[in-house]
Ligand binder design. Structure first.
Ligand code: COA
Length: 293
């Protein structure tokens, strides 16, 4: 039987032109760590200047120093909690004083934990909805005047959790479904001003808190086999999608949810031996001999 082929993740800098985002300013909630740190780093390698936002001022400042050092561009740390719109207005003001404008916004700040419904208090549910959904709205509200002025672009980091039921993820699933529809509403309402709004929905991305939380130890191989492209995502995969959606190449794309998951959402038959059943189709008929269902 042939071995499953694994397409390697490549950095966006090997595909797109080097000065793609020269003179652009990006405002990234959650940019101090995780996926949004890597996305920010990539945008800066293309020349963008970045304001990164997060709750922990020390960690954020260290991240800004590292990003500037690694990319040769400029990152600015603006401590803020997306649940507090005043802190976002202050971060926008500071960004305008520092960089003079905002062209792109990434709504990436998110909170999550695994908990069964019975383990979720009303406050716990509200906490996740407030960070993920209200936080996205607050970020849009605080940046809107500037984004309209620049005819800029929003990207919201959503998820694929809510396309089907996932145990212990009720709050985040509900919140991300809201983020998707909020983005669509923005696309319709802001399109006539030249503003675009899209979501990126990452699948399982290796080396993230989300993957650590959702995949139990030893489960990595099983998960990988269910992903049609046969590997978990890398942060590069999400960064590449972000570069495309912010670029002029995506000029007529708004109100879309770009699922970046190696095809995972389309695989729905975990009882089949996958990928063996497609790599060795001859054995396929044998599987169903005597099937009763
Ligand atoms: N299971 C059930 N309830 C939980 C919980 C868990 N694992 N963790 C927190 N809660 C509840 C708390 O008990 C509290 O509710 P209560 O007052 O009724 O007891 C409520 O959620 C708020 O918790 P608190 O810790 O005060 O909120 P916070 O604003 O300080 O932090 C998070 C919220 C989501 C940021 C925090 O839980 C966290 O750091 N999570 C991991 C990091 C993360 O989510 N990263 C994003 C990756 S996608």
């Amino acid at each position: 039987m042939p071995e499953p082929f694994k397409r390697a993740a490549v950095p966006a800098t090997s595909v797109f032109k080097p000065d793609l985002f020269k003179d652009k300013v990006v405002f990234v909630t959650g940019g101090g760590s995780g996926i949004c740190y890597s996305v920010t780093e990539t945008l800066m390698r293309f020349g963008a200047k970045a304001t990164i936002l997060g709750r922990k001022a020390d960690r954020l400042q260290a991240a800004a120093v590292q990003l500037s050092k690694d990319t040769g561009s400029e990152a600015f740390a603006a401590p803020a909690d997306v649940r507090d719109i005043d802190s976002l207005h202050a971060a926008v003001k500071a960004t305008l004083e520092k960089f003079g404008k905002i062209d792109f916004v990434i709504c990436g700040a998110a909170g999550n934990f695994m908990a069964p419904i019975e383990g979720l208090s009303s406050r716990a549910f509200r906490t996740i909805v407030e960070i993920d959904l209200l936080g996205t709205f607050n970020t849009v509200r605080a940046t809107l005047d500037e984004i309209k002025k620049q005819r800029g672009t929003y990207i919201h980091i959503s998820a694929t959790l809510h396309y089907s039921g996932l145990p212990w993820q009720a709050a985040a699933s509900a919140a991300k479904a809201g983020v998707d529809t909020l983005s669509n509403a923005l696309a319709v309402e802001l399109g006539p001003f030249g503003v675009r709004s899209n979501c990126i929905a990452p699948g399982l991305i290796a080396g993230t808190e989300g993957a650590d939380r959702l995949v139990p130890q030893g489960g990595e191989d099983i998960v990988e086999s269910f992903i049609p492209l046969q590997r978990p995502g890398s942060k590069h995969d999400i960064a590449n999608a972000t570069v495309f959606l912010f670029s002029e190449a995506a000029n007529w794309i708004t109100g879309q949810i770009m699922v970046v998951d190696g095809g995972h959402v389309h695989f729905r038959a975990p009882w089949l031996p996958y990928p063996d059943s497609v790599l060795d189709p001859k054995s396929f008929g044998e599987l169903f001999k005597g099937s009763k269902l």
